[in-house]
Design a protein around this ligand. Structure first.
Ligand SMILES: Nc1ncnc2c1ncn2[C@@H]1O[C@H](COP(=O)(O)OP(=O)(O)OP(=O)(O)O)[C@@H](O)[C@H]1O
Ligand SMILES: CC(=O)N[C@H]1[C@@H]2OC[C@@H](O2)[C@@H](O)[C@@H]1O[C@H](C)C(=O)O
Length: 377
């Protein structure tokens, strides 16, 4: 099937799109991809929506701003996709299905037998009607309703890529987004978890100081001093005592602990926290990887990458591009791949990746009105 996948991550930096030709199993053929920036007013609206989501008590009606945000997200996806298709001489009618992650505005993991809560804002029906193509979205709902973590979901796609590339196992794929997550592939099967923040807190610290959106190549972090006592304080969070699999909300950690530090030391300390939490996650898998693959925007952070390489030696640490993967398109590809699995009723989450009891499919399918009418006729 020809699929267009869409990802809007926790960094709120843009809409990633990637075309894939896939059977949702071992066939994965890359098509064009792009990352289009999110308009400033959409970003502000999403920030306000996230604030409302964080204050939304369970059991109460969803905040009114959610619907406004849904409309803005659909419009932003439509504009980004139209632009992307024009540039690549493609049309919506070239696609069998669209796979859309939607914008996460809230994620609470299951705790003490109480199911979690996760919200990825989108309107699959509106997008299917606009584009004339079936849309799969809401990939995380079935998992959370079954008592799972609902994240990470990328492992099933990582596994397909790793198998196709014939890489040396045991292997760990690390995604350095706003939140960091890992997929471990070994003879123990597929294991995955979120490990802690990747760039999320560092980006927030940069903006707070009016120094831009992120620390280019980690240069500022490299110039600061790590306050180990504060890293230890961050690492004493209950999340790090929980067993895997486990997942995080981008807002589970705050800047409060580093509030008193100067700008450079703050970044150095946050970067050290990202590294330590990542290593703690890899430790929890109980495997010593021979191969480590880095994806997500944080792989451009040279300071962090150098530290990961040193800490994981003698593992061969490779950037996604070293394997001809597209490090900034991977998640959009993943949701294109999962859209096909969803249509085929194949599992997208597993006991080792989200803690569900048995492999589980997911995703909600919306068909465009026109094709429903023609089916009915
Ligand atoms: N050249 C660079 N140097 C340092 N950091 C960079 C660079 N380029 C991107 N980044 C970091 O990568 C982040 C974006 O990463 P990415 O797009 O993978 O996140 P996301 O997909 O929104 O997050 P998530 O996977 O948690 O949903 C930026 O916010 C920035 O912190
Ligand atoms: C709830 C949610 O949107 N989680 C994201 C987030 O961003 C990174 C990490 O936290 C990961 O668990 C997940 O995204 C990727 C795509 C995943 O599900 O694999």
């Amino acid at each position: 099937m020809k699929v267009l996948g869409f990802m809007t991550g926790t960094s709120l930096d843009g809409v990633d799109m990637a075309m894939l030709e896939t059977d949702g199993e071992d066939q994965v053929v890359f098509g064009p991809w792009a990352e289009l920036p999110m308009p400033a007013e959409t970003r502000s609206l999403l920030e306000a929506t996230i604030r409302a989501a964080l204050n939304w008590p369970r059991g109460e009606a969803e905040p009114a701003i959610f619907d406004e945000a849904r409309r803005a997200i659909v419009e932003c996806h439509f504009r980004s996709a139209s632009d992307f298709l024009t540039r690549n001489d493609l049309n919506f009618s070239d696609f069998d299905v669209l796979g859309v992650h939607g914008q996460t505005v809230l994620h609470e993991r299951p705790k003490n037998g109480v199911k979690g809560r996760t919200v990825q804002l989108f309107d699959g029906q509106a997008f299917a009607d606009l584009t004339g193509v079936p849309v799969v979205c809401d990939f995380r709902q079935a998992d959370i309703e079954a008592g799972g973590e609902a994240a990470p979901l990328m492992p099933v796609y990582h596994q397909a890529l790793v198998e196709n590339a014939g890489l040396d196992l045991p292997l760990v794929v690390i995604n350095l987004g706003g939140v960091a997550n890992i997929t471990a592939i070994s003879d123990k099967g597929l294991m995955a978890m979120d490990t802690g923040p990747a760039n999320g807190l560092m980006d927030q610290w940069m903006r707070l100081h009016g120094r831009g959106d992120f620390d280019h190549e980690g240069r500022i972090a490299a110039s600061g001093r790590v306050h180990e006592n504060i890293v230890a304080q961050y690492m004493s969070h209950a999340f790090f005592r929980a067993s895997a699999p486990k997942s995080l909300d981008r807002y589970d950690f705050t800047l409060q602990a580093i509030g008193g530090l100067d700008f450079e030391d703050g970044l150095a300390t946050l970067s050290a926290f990202t590294l330590q939490s990542l290593l703690a996650g890899i430790d929890l898998t109980g495997i010593k990887p021979k191969t480590v693959v880095l994806a997500g925007g944080g792989r451009h952070n040279r300071h962090l990458v150098d530290q990961i390489k040193t800490a994981l030696a003698p593992a061969a640490v490779r950037l996604a591009e070293d394997l001809s993967w597209r490090g900034d398109a991977l998640e959009a590809e993943g949701f294109a791949y999962m859209a096909v699995r969803s249509l085929k009723g194949l599992p997208i989450s597993f006991p080792g990746t989200t803690g569900v009891r048995a492999p589980l499919t997911g995703g909600r399918i919306s068909y465009p009105k026109a094709s429903r009418q023609s089916l009915a006729g």
